[in-house]
Design a protein. Sequence first.
Length: 103
Amino acid sequence: MIDTLMSNPLYIGIAVIIAVIIVFGFIKRLFKLVGLIIVIAVGYGIYLYMTDPNPAETLKRQAREVTEQGKQVWQDTEGLRQEAGDQVKKTVEKAKEELDKQK
């Protein structure tokens, strides 16, 4: 089936057009998502400005809390990351050995 598609220029043209349409649709959705995120961020900023007597300090405090939570998650997953790295090394070594055996 792939050989049929690749050998006929008409099929290749149709495939390219479909791919362009899919990529264009994906980009449009990304722009909508970015626009929505910007609107939400501006709305949140306005909300903080109107309700909080010191919005800058509130934002700094929240940023610190998120940073601390991120550091905690990083520390909690240290063992998992180390384990995954070891597993990748073992897999690469096995693959190397198998390739050496095939030579």
